[in-house]
Design a protein around this ligand. Structure first.
Ligand code: A3P
Length: 340
């Protein structure tokens, strides 16, 4: 603990670490837990925590903060387009990962994974550049980025710069119900090489429920977001509501970003651009470039997957679903957050 960084960081128990490394093959060293909430992150975080925590925020920063698989990519694109006068041409031309960097992704690019990717892409300067890009700590990228900056993170508020909500930044927080998050994250954990999950869904749920997977604990994360919902710097959204009524969400976001109101034609063009059928075929957002450098495992579901409310039904057995519902009930006792 220091004035630079207030939380303690612990290596997890060695026996558990060995089990996790066996199931999550993207990490090669191990995992840590941070502070009283026991935020779960790769070991690399231990060396870089203070740099993330002390990023110099700027008043004109716009952040999208979510638990993974809560509709982050979708929200980022909506936010970016609304803030940039619906500049579809630039949005299609420049990959979202460049317009809207992912703050802590490099924590998940273990040095060994980076070497493997460099080897895989040897001789192709464009692809090698992308490998270097995803391995660069977000605080370095953001320090060099011109304002206004757009920033994606799955870090919870308590690991973000403590003045984030005091300087005028705009922060959009999106929450999604935990059963859909778990199923979606399970598929991503299998898809993306930096997680490299090898097990089945019941085992994955076990890790999820016990807060033993990256960015956990889910409940601390969403309740921190929820508890900030009245802060004028924060707009709190539910994935479920976006999915049910996208035009209403677009209007809410435009108002929050002080870019509204949009006229009917603008709203409907944005709804069309963000429609999952178009979204999954849009190489600027569908992680196509990441597939090309070998970051995505073949034979798994796509990064932009089903995009529906209630996909949890595809993976949960009735018994597992009952167990999950009990876990949800127990956790809802500590908050007035309710999913739509
Ligand atoms: P599913 O796996 O349930 O389909 P994130 O961007 O935070 O990783 O979230 C990914 C989830 O958002 C995935 O959920 C993905 O399919 C969904 N998603 C992505 N783009 C979407 C869109 N345009 N419309 C609806 N859902 C979308």
């Amino acid at each position: 603990m220091s004035s630079e960084y207030p939380l303690e960081i612990f290596d997890i128990d060695e026996e558990l670490n060995v089990r996790l490394l066996h199931d999550f093959t993207g990490e090669r060293t191990g995992f840590v837990q941070v502070g009283p909430d026991k935020w779960f992150l790769p070991r690399k975080y231990k060396d870089q925590a203070a740099n993330f925590y002390n990023l110099q925020v700027r008043p004109d920063d716009t952040w999208v903060v979510t638990y993974p698989r809560s509709g982050t990519t979708w929200t980022q694109e909506m936010v970016w387009l609304i803030a940039n006068n619906l500049d579809y041409e630039t949005a299609r031309r420049i990959p979202q990962t460049e317009r809207f960097p992912f703050f802590e992704f490099s924590l998940f690019v273990h040095d060994e994974i980076k070497s493997e990717l460099l080897k895989l892409n040897a001789g192709n300067p464009e692809k090698l550049k992308l490998v270097e890009q995803i391995s660069r700590p977000g605080y370095e990228v953001l320090n060099e980025m011109k304002s206004p900056r757009f920033i994606k993170t799955h870090l919870p508020f308590s690991l973000l710069p403590p003045n984030l909500l005091d300087v005028g930044c705009k922060v959009v927080y999106v929450a999604r119900n935990p059963k859909d998050v778990a199923v979606s994250f399970y598929h991503l954990n299998r898809l993306i090489r930096t997680q490299g999950y090898l097990g089945d869904f019941p085992r994955y749920w076990d890790y999820f429920e016990n807060n033993l997977h990256p960015w956990a604990p889910y409940w601390s994360h969403v309740t921190e977001g929820w508890d900030h919902r009245h802060n004028p710097s924060v707009l709190f959204l539910f994935y479920e509501e976006m999915n049910k009524n996208l035009p209403a969400t677009i209007n809410k976001v435009a108002k929050f970003l002080e870019r509204g109101p949009l006229n009917d034609e603008q709203v409907s063009s944005l709804v069309n651009y963000l429609n999952i059928k178009n979204f999954r075929n849009n190489p600027a957002v569908n992680f196509d470039l990441h597939r090309q450098i070998g970051l995505l495992n073949e034979g798994e579901e796509e990064f932009i997957r089903k995009g529906k409310n209630g996909s949890w039904k595809d993976e949960f057995t009735p018994e597992l679903s009952r167990r999950a519902d009990q876990w949800i009930q127990r956790n809802l006792e500590h908050t007035d957050l309710r999913f739509p």
